[in-house]
Design a protein around this ligand. Structure first.
Ligand SMILES: *Cc1c(COP(=O)(O)O)cnc(C)c1O
Length: 395
């Protein structure tokens, strides 16, 4: 009953209309089907549905639900993939994509700069007999050397957390596909607005919807996008039996998040670009890392791949941890927290929070220095944010 074809329409139009399913009441806004089960007209119908359910037939919310399906159809239309499966969190999506794909003896190549929980999932896979090789994601020679015939998949965060390294998706996908490997991209930092992951060769795209898709830091959710074969044939059986499905209420939050996501994320990226330029050269900073700045090592690639530097900035305060803490404590508008993609601007000290579990050596290797701060730019006025950051650095 989706009333808009993805074909020929721009992403903003798809994000408003695509995937909408209306009940017999013809409600304008998307309904929340807060129901775990569905009633059958007859025992024969129940039997038939368990054998094979049609696109608009549901059995149990752990398997699927009309509100969840609206969110799945809408994000798949935006991402340009055939289908999607919505999950309880971003980590359920990463776990679901990788575990449903792999068997003991398989080989995965992963970029080293990953979110801590993604590293944990890879370690679990190793425990179950999957071999994982780690590479520096920005070094194509390392990808080439590590990928071998029979490699099952490559895995990376398109833009890494927190140092904002950008992966050349097309080049890595070409290397992977030449060896018969699938490309699994965690696209959170890139956002669905600036992502062309499927077009550039990603076979499977995973998101933490908790971030830019919600956009208000309200609810946990995730989604896996891919071919219909992979989503319904591989990911869905794993997730529906292991319990990773999204709550219909959270699916409704995310469905509505998608409606305004394009406007929000573009405004946040515009502010991030203005803030990064304003901070550059400040005497209290050792460096400013923003892929939209010309001095970023992957600036040209970022602009070609995303058309924007994104909504995240990292910067290194001169004076190490003490100076970074003092600066955070002096901020008046910007909140100290660890989410990202929120309407409220958030500052994070990765070395003592999100990446505190890594060894000091590993942190140093990834560029997570004691003075490094990560900024997720929100929807406040950019000049107010610049003033807040300046007063915290100046005093
Ligand atoms: C937050 C995040 C996740 C995990 O998402 P949750 O919704 O918190 O489970 C995975 N990957 C990246 C890059 C993230 O930033």
């Amino acid at each position: 009953m989706s009333d808009t074809s993805a074909k020929g329409l721009h992403p903003r139009t798809r994000a408003v209309h695509h995937g909408t399913r209306r009940s017999q009441y013809g409600e304008m806004a998307e309904a929340i089907f807060l129901t775990q089960g569905f009633v059958y007209d007859s025992a024969e119908q129940a039997e038939a549905r368990f054998q094979k359910s049609g696109p608009d037939e549901f059995i149990y919310a752990r398997y699927g639900n009309p509100t969840s399906r609206m969110f799945e159809d809408r994000i798949a239309a935006l991402e340009g993939t055939e289908d999607a499966f919505a999950t309880a969190s971003g980590m359920a999506a990463v776990n679901g994509a990788l575990f449903s794909l792999c068997s003991p003896g398989d080989h995965i190549v992963a970029a080293r700069a990953l979110f801590g929980s993604c590293l944990y999932v890879l370690e679990l896979l190793t425990k179950f007999g999957v071999e994982v090789s780690y590479v520096d994601g920005t070094d194509l020679d390392q990808w080439q050397a590590a990928i071998r015939p029979g490699t099952k998949a490559v895995f990376f965060e398109t833009m890494s957390n927190p140092t904002l390294e950008v992966i050349d998706m097309k080049a890595v996908a070409d290397l992977a596909h030449a060896a018969g490997a699938l490309v699994v991209a965690d696209n959170v930092f890139t956002t669905p607005v600036f992502s062309r992951a499927a077009e550039l060769g990603a076979d499977i795209v995973v998101y933490s919807a908790t971030k830019h898709i919600d956009g208000g830091g309200r609810a946990l959710a995730g989604v896996i996008c891919g071919t219909r074969d992979f989503i319904r044939g591989t990911a869905e059986p794993y997730l529906k039996h292991t319990g990773g499905a999204i709550s219909p209420f959270h699916a409704w939050i995310m469905l509505n998040g998608l409606v305004t996501m394009d406007l929000r994320v573009r405004a946040q990226a515009d502010s991030a670009a203005a803030i990064a330029s304003a901070l550059q050269g400040h005497p209290g900073l050792e460096k400013v890392i923003y892929p939209g700045l010309p001095d970023h090592p992957q600036h040209a690639l970022t602009m070609a791949q995303m058309g924007s530097g994104g909504t995240m900035i990292a910067f290194e305060v001169a004076g190490g941890k003490d100076a970074a803490f003092r600066m955070q404590d002096r901020l008046e508008i910007i909140n100290i927290s660890n989410n990202l993609g929120d309407a409220k601007t958030i500052i994070t000290h990765p070395a003592t929070t999100t990446h505190q579990r890594l060894s000091e050596e590993n942190r140093a290797h990834l560029g997570i220095t004691p003075g490094l701060l990560r900024l997720s730019v929100g929807l406040e006025d950019a000049q107010d944010l610049i003033n807040d950051l300046r007063q915290a650095l100046d005093s």
